[in-house]
Structures are given as C-alpha cells and as structure tokens.
Design a binder for this molecule. Structure first.
Ligand code: FMN
Length: 183
C-alpha cells in the first residue's frame, strides 16, 4: 500500500502506543508479556526521526538511534512503503517467555502474542483514522543493528506500519506514468 507524505501528531502516536502496548492504568494487574515494541518514527510532528524503545510501564520513549537508511532497507527492499510516517518493530524476549513457561510450548505463545499485539495496533490505528501495513519480510541483521539488539534471545518478529493513505497500491506518479505509456 502507498502512504501519503503526511505527518502524524504526537497526540495520535501517544494514543496508538498506549492502547496497543502500554500498561493500562485503567485496570490493575495483567499486561505481563514477553513482547517488546520499538518505534520507527520517521514523520512525527514534535518528535525527531529515529528508532525508539517504548517503555510500556512509563508510557515513555528512549531514543536508540537516528534513522540512517530508508525503511525499505529494514523490510527486504519494499521501497513502496518508504513514506510511512511510523511503524513498530515487534520483538519477542524468548528468554522471558521460557522463564515463565519452561517448555517448547512457550514458543507458540510468543508468536501468538506478537500476532495479537500487531492486530491491536492495527485496530487502534484504524480507529485513529490511519491505515496499516504489516510485514514479516524483515532484514533481521539490519534491524538488530538499528535497535541495538545484541542478545539472540530477543528476536524481531513483525513490523506494523501506520500512516495516512487512500488504500491505493500505486502512487500518483506511477499511475501517471502507466497512463502515459499506454497511449
Ligand atoms: C503476517 C503478515 C505479513 C504480511 N507481509 C506483507 C509483506 O511482506 N508485504 C506486503 O506488501 N504486504 C504484506 N502483508 C499485507 C499487508 O499488511 C496489508 O494487508 C496490505 O498492505 C493490504 O492492505 P489491506 O489488507 O488493508 O488491503 C502482510 C500481512 C500479514 C498479516
């Protein structure tokens, strides 16, 4: 899907992160999981471009690194999403999961958890008027470098992008080009 070069407000980003990953203050307990969320912030009004770690307990971000390459570099060359204003790299801390469930079934729970969080993020983004794009086609080494993941026990599983779009697969320039070619 093609996304507009339109920025996302800090308020919208805040709601998106809180409702999909935050430890909700509306209820006590629960919310313990082995999934982590790393923000790819490319076009946010009031927040510098960079890779950030999201702290679900504090509802806060920590800058890991500025962005040094287009998004395609991290998602196996899928350049058509380079305009995406934001996205979330979802990782799993398998070591945490195995601490709680010390048997191979824990692996299944990690994968289910990542899928549920990505779906929650998509539902929240949609409710906030955005469109989403999910990919499991990850360039793992590049992502590990960008996010500073040095421990094999934490692995990236999914990327969920969100931004403004009319849902079209092609950008205007490409549509015009195709139209002119057919004459
Ligand atoms: C697990 C998963 C992996 C996906 N991987 C890709 C991908 O690598 N590239 C892609 O263009 N779309 C991928 N998609 C589809 C897009 O997320 C999205 O569905 C698509 O852009 C069309 O949007 P729509 O479903 O709103 O029509 C994937 C979806 C899922 C659930």
């Amino acid at each position: 899907m093609f996304f507009f070069k339109r920025s996302v407000s800090l308020h919208t980003l805040s709601n998106l992160l809180y409702l999909s990953l935050g430890y909700l203050k509306e209820r006590e307990g629960g919310g313990l999981n082995s999934t982590e969320g790393y923000l790819y912030a490319y076009n946010i009004k009031g927040l510098g471009p960079g890779f950030y770690y999201y702290h679900p307990d504090k509802h806060a971000l920590t800058l890991i690194k500025p962005i040094n390459a287009p998004l395609a570099t991290f998602v196996q060359g899928q350049h058509f999403v380079n305009n995406l204003p934001l996205g979330l790299f979802i990782t799993s801390r398998f070591d945490k999961m195995w601490w709680k469930y010390p048997h191979s079934q824990g692996y299944r729970v990690s994968l289910l958890e990542a899928g549920h969080i990505s779906q929650t993020l998509q539902l929240t983004a949609t409710a906030l008027g955005m469109r989403t794009w999910v990919t499991a086609a990850l360039s793992e080494e590049k992502i590990e470098q960008a996010l500073g993941l040095n421990n094999l026990c934490e692995q990236p599983l999914l990327f969920v992008g969100a931004g403004y779009s009319n849902g079209e697969a092609l950008c205007d320039e490409l549509k015009h080009l195709l139209a002119s070619e057919s004459h």
